[in-house]
Design a protein around this ligand. Structure first.
Ligand code: C5P
Length: 230
């Protein structure tokens, strides 16, 4: 039986937030932003270990309390220059401890409103899958491509378009091979696609959005409070 491990890259600077500290340490509903995704992943029964990937220079982590259910949390100070590098370094660190067919669920630190049911749905759907896949949401809005003057250059059909979210779930051996070979990918699925494979899309909802801009914090707080999580 394959086991499940979570990897949460949290070594970014979150520059689009324009804040005085890295985005993952901004306060959200009384906790650092990063705490919420870690708490959800630790609460997923089938996940054995939750590895958070920090920058080796991170000076914020120690300032907070990270007591989470299940004693599953593990800190890997192996963050790299890009998200792909941070994940690759974590996968290399886990080599020898995990099997090539163990599942890795890679989740953005900034998707704070992930809930256990969505992770369970991903694990259930992909249990027998040859390749793996990701949470994603069918695009509802009409899409426009902008020109340099910020005017509409084209309208793009939204048919069959999905917005990629995380967790993205692939087996350790495949994911490490894919990320080692891929150039310039912004998610794990992109690396797997570059091998000519087609990851499965598992429908999620808009609450699993990535906190990116300052106004996103208020929305995330409303969602967490509505769930009674704060
Ligand atoms: O910047 P963005 O929000 O796309 O980053 C996605 C995730 O990757 C975040 O959780 C961020 O902390 C992480 N990341 C990382 N190492 C980097 C850059 C981003 O772990 N060098």
């Amino acid at each position: 039986m394959s086991r499940h491990f979570a990897i949460v890259p949290a070594a970014g600077s979150g520059s689009r937030m324009g804040a005085e500290r890295p985005k993952q340490y901004l306060m959200l509903a009384g906790k650092p932003l990063l705490w919420h995704a870690l708490a959800t992943l630790c609460a997923v029964t089938r996940i054995e270990q939750v590895c958070v990937v920090l920058s080796p220079e991170d000076e914020w982590w120690a300032a907070f309390d990270w007591i989470l259910p299940g004693d599953k949390l593990r800190v890997l100070r192996v963050g790299g220059a890009t998200r792909a590098e941070s994940v690759t370094n974590a996968l290399q660190r886990l080599e020898g401890e995990v099997r090539a067919d163990d599942w890795m669920l890679v989740h953005d630190a900034a998707r704070a409103c992930l809930d256990v049911a969505q992770v369970d749905a991903l694990i259930d759907t992909l249990a027998e899958d040859e390749i793996g896949g990701l949470l994603a949401q069918p695009v509802a809005d009409t899409l426009k491509r902008a020109n340099v003057d910020v005017r509409v250059a084209a309208t793009i059909s939204r048919e069959a378009m999905w917005q990629a979210q995380t967790p993205q779930m692939f087996r350790h051996g495949l994911l490490l091979r894919a990320l080692t070979m891929a150039q310039g990918v912004t998610d794990e699925a992109g690396a797997v696609e570059a091998l000519g494979l087609a990851p499965r899309l598992v429908a999620a909802d808009a609450t699993n959005f990535k906190v990116t801009y300052p106004q996103d914090l208020a929305l995330a707080e409303i969602i967490l409070r509505a769930r009674g999580k704060t």
